[in-house]
Design a protein around this ligand. Structure first.
Ligand code: HEC
Length: 189
């Protein structure tokens, strides 16, 4: 049998190598990670946070945002390196792949302000002039006169139609509750 002339054994070696490498590099580590228990302080998303999380999924925020801090100097501003236990109660985990925007794994610590988050969702340019993040105006109402029960969003003039007040919907508040809940827990030493 010669690998130079027998196409069957050539294929068998290549395919066998592929299977073994897949097992070692992908399947076995994934299996190990699946068994990771939730880290201390990791809780299941509930109520407003769970509803906000569903909106995050629906809007495809994960297309531009990871929730997966790599243990690298370049990721240090976004938090500590992520570990498997951080995701143990998440289905599906929202790791993301594209880092167009900042990593959000710890954004609840970095940017806890409800007002800032609401203005930013209504129009990111109103708080970060060079932002390329899309606006999500459908989570807000533009009212001539807000009622006392309304959550008024102080959008600066020039970033909203003249003469209206921007009011957050329940969904906008849910989404912000979710963002505020994104806090990394301390790892045991
Ligand atoms: C087209 C890519 C894109 C999409 C889609 C996107 N973002 Fe962003 N996002 C960015 C960029 C770029 C920034 C950094 C500039 C800024 O703050 O606006 C950012 C910043 C943020 C920040 C502030 C992070 C920080 O560290 O200060 C939050 C919070 C955020 N985005 C939430 C969301 C949510 C929630 C959604 C979905 C509703 C979303 N983003 C969708 C690109 C995106």
């Amino acid at each position: 049998m010669s690998l130079h002339t027998d196409h069957r054994s050539l294929l068998a070696v290549a395919f066998g190598g592929f299977l073994v490498l897949s097992l070692i590099i992908a399947v076995l580590p994934a299996y190990e990670v699946e068994k990771a228990p939730p880290g201390a302080g990791i809780t299941q998303a509930e109520g407003a946070v769970a509803r906000g999380r569903a909106l995050y999924l629906k809007e495809g925020c994960a297309v531009c945002h990871t929730q997966f801090v790599r243990d690298l100097p370049v990721d240090a501003p976004y938090g500590r390196g992520s570990v498997a236990g951080d995701y143990a109660l998440e289905d599906p985990p929202l790791l993301g792949t594209q880092r167009t925007g900042p990593d959000l794994a710890n954004v609840g610590q970095r940017q806890p302000s409800e007002t800032w988050n609401l203005i930013h969702l209504y129009n990111p340019r109103a708080v970060v002039p060079t932002s390329v993040m899309p606006s999500y105006p459908w989570y807000f109402e533009e009212k001539p006169e807000p009622t006392p029960a309304d959550v008024v969003v102080p959008v600066p003039d020039g970033y909203k139609p003249a003469g209206v007040t921007v009011v957050a919907t329940e969904e906008a508040l849910d989404l912000v509750r979710y963002l505020q809940s994104l806090k990394q827990t301390e790892l045991p030493q």
